[in-house]
Design a protein around this ligand. Structure first.
Ligand code: ATP
Ligand code: MG
Length: 361
């Protein structure tokens, strides 16, 4: 038994989300052999790697290596967050390895709630995360995160430091505009503001930057797609037809501006009364899943309508923080894993060179 034989045997182990063998996916790290004992290091592409997949991977790796003649197999894990290519010196955004937009065709379907809990869930999984609130028309991230301290003044190199709250870095248009004031933003102003927000903020190293978008298919979406490479997007919809129709428009716009659609989250999917257990599908159910099947994009998960989720958003302590062990919090943790895996998928599957060519802007 030697390293080459073990590596050959590991070609039979398929990663369930990436649907390819772990050798080809470059997930196999150091292999150490000592007599008939083997230690195999597996490189995971995200700290949010799903625990079910990890268990499956581990038993498949052990079986394959035993099949190659080992009597004892130890599997060790390291995390190397899959990321798009390093940006050029001229790029506006330098620190974040992955940029994920949270969008919807419609207002009020829960984009900001999903964006906030997704960011916090990724951080709870162990990732370095930032959230950027680009909703110039109604920034709600500061409220949802309990009004984190506004960032301190510019650093020596005139960069703005994001606030740090609940372990994530936070930047919002809301830090710069009066809450009461109705702001009328024209396209070029939106573009300049975003340019400044993106270029002047010192994010530092981040595994994921989550961008919360305003509803629809307007200036913010267009400017953002022109200013930075976005390598994934989460489309939020409620189950009913009017929301689905609008999210289809959102997806169509993202395809035109070449923002990859990572998947769909169905929010307010059903209501379960916490007192009596009565189950009600207020806005119908399953529209998001059906759409994902129709257009062939991943379904990332569903979240019910629940007072505790609304309260968490209003009170500045999102459910992932205020009730980390609740069933809803676990749903967001699962969605975060799904998002991280589907963001990683095209990166780990592509031959190295073409990934670079595909993502550079
Ligand atoms: N699953 C849920 N259960 C209960 N309330 C929810 C849920 N999701 C969102 N809400 C509530 O619905 C309202 C709208 O949510 P949110 O602000 O996240 O939507 P949005 O799509 O970002 O809105 P906008 O288009 O104005 O940016 C908020 O009061 C939020 O607390
Ligand atoms: Mg919002």
């Amino acid at each position: 038994m030697d390293q080459a034989k073990i590596k050959e045997a590991l070609k039979s182990v398929v990663e369930p989300t990436f649907e390819d063998n772990i050798v080809k996916l470059r997930m196999v790290g150091k292999i150490e052999v000592d007599g008939t004992s083997a230690l195999v290091t597996i490189k995971l592409p995200t700290p949010a790697y799903p625990s079910v997949s990890k268990q499956q991977l581990e038993s498949d790796v052990v079986a394959a290596v035993k099949g190659a003649g080992a009597s004892k197999v130890v599997v060790k894990y390291t995390i190397e967050v899959a990321h798009s290519p390093a940006p050029s010196d001229k790029a506006l955004l330098k620190g974040p390895k992955n940029v994920i937009a949270v969008a919807a065709g419609k207002g009020g379907v829960g984009k900001s709630t999903v964006a906030t809990n997704l960011a916090l869930a990724l951080a709870r999984h162990g990732a370095q995360v930032g959230i950027l609130d680009t909703d110039v028309f109604g920034p709600s991230i500061p409220t949802m995160l309990g009004n984190p301290e506004q960032p301190a003044g510019p650093t020596d190199d005139k960069k703005i430091r994001p606030a740090i709250h609940y372990g994530i870095k936070v930047m919002s248009v809301g830090f710069f505009v009066d809450k009461q004031e109705a702001v009328v933003w024209r396209g070029p102003m939106v573009h300049r503001l975003l340019q400044q927000l993106l270029g002047d903020v010192e994010w530092g190293e981040l595994d994921y930057l989550i961008c919360d978008l305003p509803p629809g298919t307007g200036d913010v979406q267009l400017s953002l797609s022109q200013l930075i490479p976005i390598n994934g997007s989460v489309m939020v919809t409620t189950p009913q037809e009017v929301s689905i129709i609008d999210v289809v428009k959102g997806i169509s716009m993202f395809e035109k501006v070449e923002i990859p659609i990572t998947g769909i989250v169905e929010n307010m999917a059903y209501y379960q009364c916490p007192a009596c257990g009565h189950h009600d599908e207020i806005f119908s159910r399953g529209g998001g899943k059906r759409l994902s099947q129709e257009i062939g994009v991943p379904f990332l998960g569903e979240i019910p309508i629940d007072t505790r989720i609304r309260y968490g958003a209003d009170s500045g302590a999102p459910i992932v923080i205020s009730s980390p062990d609740s069933v809803h919090s676990r749903m967001f943790m699962d969605i975060a894993s799904q998002v991280a895996m589907h963001i990683a998928k095209p990166i780990v599957k592509a031959p190295k060179r073409s990934t670079r060519l595909a993502v550079i802007k």
